[in-house]
Design a binder for this molecule. Structure first.
Ligand code: TXA
Ligand code: MG
Length: 344
């Protein structure tokens, strides 16, 4: 199959909407990461998402909607009061909510769970595509399973060339990390995956916010995850990654020592550091994570792709704050490092 990469002109959006209605897959930009979309009500089409990604069939998908009218048919009961507040305040935007599901959604989307994940993206191209297709669009991140999520159309092409007919190129994604996933099983919002809508924002809007324990540590032996995505080994770089947390001068001194020792052992190390800390590493090989946690969110997936390209076999990264969007950055970095985080 030939994969076309097109800017989101009205003609390209028309083509994309037709492909979705015909049961084909289209990659499209959202404000978080690029999605790999199919008609969420077409079981066959949804199955082909799993095939194109190489995704385990028991990891459910998020259904994307453009209007509130599209929510009702997907869910089984009225949303909890906290969910209503969050939808009012944060939709459209990088927030996914878990609801009791209706029978209208095929099992392939929910992986047979009795809940469904729904989000209303804010990206104009995503919204236009959903509107034109006239159906909710099921879409995971548009990477091959186990690779970093794509934040540019080029990343999607790297992973999906020859597997899908069309990629809409909307430029780099604004947030750079996948949406915040929240459930309400305890009556209180609980973050299952941190993202652009932060714990602080949710607590402000809904009065309370829990963060699931498995956000910042590996699952325990026999622990049943609240979100199937938690149990999968996510992106792991080719090189072994370790994170270092503490005061920046101490962290830099430690990373310099680790780096130099790795070089002496014949390794090809690489440092991921905040922009302002780069001078602390002198001539050593570094990749910038940007100036702060917000820029780190935008850059981290591209940096991890670059690290592989550079053939680094040992990686050292500075931890960022776990406040605000920093929690999402640390969750993704933590998972990439199998939560190998050292306090300096
Ligand atoms: O920002 C995003 O959310 C992007 C863009 C494309 O919208 N999509 C995305 O999808 O990240 P995906 O499939 O890569 O991640 C969906 C996550 C997975 O961790 C999955 O396990 C979880 O949401 N999930 C889906 N349905 C769920 C459910 N019913 N209960 C708990 N977790 C669920
Ligand atoms: Mg994903």
């Amino acid at each position: 199959m030939q994969t076309r990469l097109l800017p989101p002109t009205p003609e390209a959006l028309g083509l994309a909407a037709r492909l979705i209605r015909d049961g084909a897959l289209v990659a499209f930009p959202t404000e978080t990461v690029y999605g790999l979309g199919a008609n969420a009500l077409d079981e066959e089409a949804v199955r082909s998402i799993f095939a194109a990604k190489g995704r385990p069939g028991d990891n459910p998908l998020i259904s994307h909607i453009a209007h509130m009218d599209q929510l009702g048919p997907l869910i089984a009961a009225d949303p909890a009061p906290a969910a209503v507040k969050l939808m009012d305040a944060c939709w459209p935007g990088p927030l996914t909510l878990i609801f009791p599901r209706s029978k209208r959604i095929p099992d392939a989307v929910t992986a047979g769970l009795d809940t469904a994940a729904v989000r209303m993206p804010s990206h104009p191209v995503a919204r236009a595509l959903i509107e034109r297709a006239g159906v909710p669009i099921a879409a995971p991140s548009a990477n091959r399973s186990g690779r970093p999520s794509p934040t540019t159309a080029g990343h999607v092409l790297e992973d999906m060339d020859g597997r899908i007919p069309l990629i809409l190129d909307g430029g780099p994604c604004d947030v750079g990390l996948e949406s915040t996933v929240v459930d309400f099983k305890d009556g209180v919002p609980r973050i299952l995956r941190p993202g652009g809508v932060t714990r602080e924002m949710i607590a402000d809007i809904a009065g309370d916010c829990l963060v699931d324990g498995a956000v910042m540590r590996p699952l325990k032996e026999g622990e049943r995850p609240r979100s199937p995505g938690m149990k999968y080994r996510h992106y792991a770089p080719k090189g072994a990654l370790t994170l270092f947390a503490g005061h920046s001068a101490d962290v830099a001194a430690r990373i310099r020592r680790e780096y130099d020792a790795a070089r002496l052992e014949g390794h090809s190390p690489l440092i991921l550091a905040l922009e302002g800390d780069l001078p602390l590493y002198g001539e050593r090989r570094t990749l910038s994570m940007g100036r702060d946690a917000h820029e780190a969110a935008q850059r981290i997936f591209a940096a991890l792709r670059d690290a592989d390209q550079l053939q680094a076999d040992v990686l050292f990264a500075e931890a960022v704050t776990t406040d605000g969007i920093g929690l999402a950055v640390m969750n993704r970095l933590g998972r990439a490092a199998a939560f190998h985080i050292e306090q300096v």
